[in-house]
Design a protein around this ligand. Structure first.
Ligand code: ZN
Length: 580
């Protein structure tokens, strides 16, 4: 007889794992103890070798992969850590699991299309709309096959509706965001998209998140630089996509008012960019006591109660922190996970405030080291600035030799992104000739730049200039010099090698940032650097910064909290600032 411990270490609570621990405690004939501490789930059992092997097989089948799982292990132990007390669980909202999904979602199964079947493992039947049956789903599938598209809506809690519009062709989104795709045939994903193996695992994980990937080059239908992919994430979509898979449809474009969480690979783990609080309520977590009881940013309200930070959704609430303080909120949000408050820095490149690099010293005084340059709102204004300065000569050559890119620059409109990293990258993408029409928005241009840099296979790029400049007493990047340096490269680099230039933009910026953080270290002493903001969903940039900054400083990426959402709300609870 041996005492064996199975352990699952996660970067945030995984409610389904807690339920599984309780199920094993209640149902197993072996002497089981379970435990949970600091996001680590334990199951311990005494038994003979064959009994324990059978248990290991069962656990391997039941513990579906979570994107938040960092490490799992099986080892022989001498003393139990766990107890015979059930864990406190929160609802997991899992629609299906490895037991019921094959039964209701495989067209060869007798129960195919029976979306209401009860499952003793996940209880996914509780979140199913009873009025929808297999015939209804078959009609929707027929509509896709006959007309190319279908729209339907499913009721959600609190009188919300979950609207779906599925189409074989691209859907013209009103807000011109990145196109969304749902996969019908997971086996054929490599025929259409370039998906790294870790991203494939994430797609099929418990959380069914969205990941951002490139389409295959020269794909007949997929002409966008990047797409957000997801697998089916409810029982109705599971049946519908299976019906379509059998008819040879590998994927569909999808538009919906409630998206699955978008995740990105940062510093060897997954981080969530932001979430939809209506369908994915945020799990409370333990924290040190904050300075404020409550702080709402962008409708997501964080509050302190019973020694935990909790969240609710208050869409009409005004922000409790001014925009310029959000990078400091991101710094505090990083501290909540790393435990490093004093002597820390944060790089905020996101959608809610100007890009900044900020720090906190040993007296918890915060300071801004660098702000992103405030670019003119339009390309034509930028051209006027360049023509009047040191870049006049290279601009004239660029206009003469690469008129298409020059004209695209002349039509570029940045709007309110002009002091975000995404604004600077949209400008860079335009100079590289990645603009396809005058309708291109900042999102498209950023995606085009990322896709181009992903094409660079050998991780070597040209060195683009990101020199420092002082404007209005603030340290910033000399954007005109950067544009001049990029235009000079375009004049001498063959267009087939522009992938090295796109990669070089991100790698050079990462290298400059590494140098700046070293300068901050000399005055402030830096023990950790937090990466925050939605632009870190750019995995090339994240990767280069982790490599170059991470060489000398520990990198923090939020896992429990989001990159550009709950990290700001929770961080705002620690803001040293008088409020309203
Ligand atoms: Zn199930």
């Amino acid at each position: 007889m041996k005492l064996i411990q199975f352990s699952f270490t996660c970067s945030r609570p995984v409610p389904f794992y807690a339920q599984l621990c309780n199920d094993y405690l209640a149902n197993q004939t072996l002497e089981i103890t379970i435990g949970y501490d600091k996001n680590r789930y334990l199951i311990e059992a005494v038994g003979t070798q064959p009994q324990l092997e059978a248990l290991a097989d069962q656990i391997a089948k039941d513990f579906l992969l979570s994107i938040w799982l960092i490490d799992s292990s099986i080892k022989e132990i001498r003393h139990r850590e766990g107890r015979v007390v059930p864990l406190i669980t929160s609802p997991h909202h899992l629609p299906f699991c490895s037991y019921c999904e094959p039964a209701l979602g495989d067209n060869q199964s007798e129960l195919f299309g029976e979306i209401a079947i009860a499952c003793s493992h996940c209880h996914g039947e509780t979140s199913v709309e009873a009025s929808i049956d297999r015939q209804q789903i078959q009609q929707w599938a027929d509509s896709v096959i006959n007309t190319g598209h279908v729209s339907f809506s499913l009721p959600l809690a609190n009188n919300h509706q979950h609207e779906f519009h599925l189409s074989r062709g691209p859907i013209a989104a009103a807000n011109r965001q990145r196109q969304q795709v749902i996969i019908c045939n997971p086996n054929n994903v490599p025929m259409h998209f370039i998906v790294p193996s870790l991203h494939v695992l994430a797609l099929s994980s418990l959380e069914k998140p969205r990941v951002t990937v490139r389409p295959k080059q020269h794909h007949g239908q997929l002409d966008q630089p990047l797409y957000d992919l997801c697998f089916s994430y409810n029982r109705i979509l599971t049946v519908l996509t299976e019906m379509l898979r059998v008819r040879g449809i590998d994927y569909l474009h999808i538009e919906t008012n409630h998206l699955q969480p978008l995740v990105a690979r940062i510093n060897k783990g997954w981080s969530q960019v932001c979430s939809d609080p209506v369908i994915h309520p945020l799990v409370p977590f333990k924290s040190v006591e904050p300075l404020h009881d409550q702080a709402c940013i962008n409708g997501l309200n964080a509050y302190w109660s019973k020694r935990r930070i909790r969240f609710d959704y208050q869409p009409n609430h005004t922000n409790d922190a001014p925009e310029h303080a959000l990078p400091i909120c991101a710094l505090h949000g990083g501290m909540l996970e790393s435990g490093v408050g004093r002597h820390s820095a944060a790089i905020y490149f996101g959608r809610h405030a100007a890009g900044e690099i900020v720090s906190q010293d040993k007296f918890t005084r915060t300071d801004t080291f660098l702000v992103m340059p405030t670019l003119p709102h339009s390309g034509s204004e930028m051209i006027a600035v360049l023509a009047a300065g040191e870049q006049a000569e290279v601009l004239a050559k660029f206009k003469h030799q690469i008129p298409v890119s020059y004209n695209a620059l002349n039509k570029l409109i940045l709007n309110e992104c002009n002091d975000h990293l995404s604004g600077l990258f949209a400008l860079a993408a335009t100079i590289l000739g990645l603009s396809k029409s005058s309708q291109d928005n900042v999102q498209y241009l950023n995606d085009a730049l990322i896709a181009k840099s992903l094409q660079n296979a050998d991780n070597k790029g040209h060195r683009v200039d990101f020199s420092l400049d002082m404007v209005d007493g603030k340290r910033t990047i000399d954007w005109a010099k950067m544009v001049g340096s990029l235009m000079s490269f375009c004049l001498v680099v063959d267009e087939v090698d522009y992938d090295k230039l796109a990669f070089g933009i991100m790698d050079s910026l990462a290298d400059y940032i590494a140098n700046w953080i070293e300068r901050m270290d000399e005055t402030t002493g830096i023990k950790a650097v937090t990466l925050a903001g939605s632009d870190f969903a750019n995995e090339v940039l994240a990767d280069r910064i982790c490599l170059r900054v991470g060489k000398n400083f520990p990198i923090v990426a939020n896992r429990k909290l989001e990159l550009d959402g709950s990290n700001l709300s929770a961080g705002a609870l620690f803001l040293k600032m008088r409020r309203r």
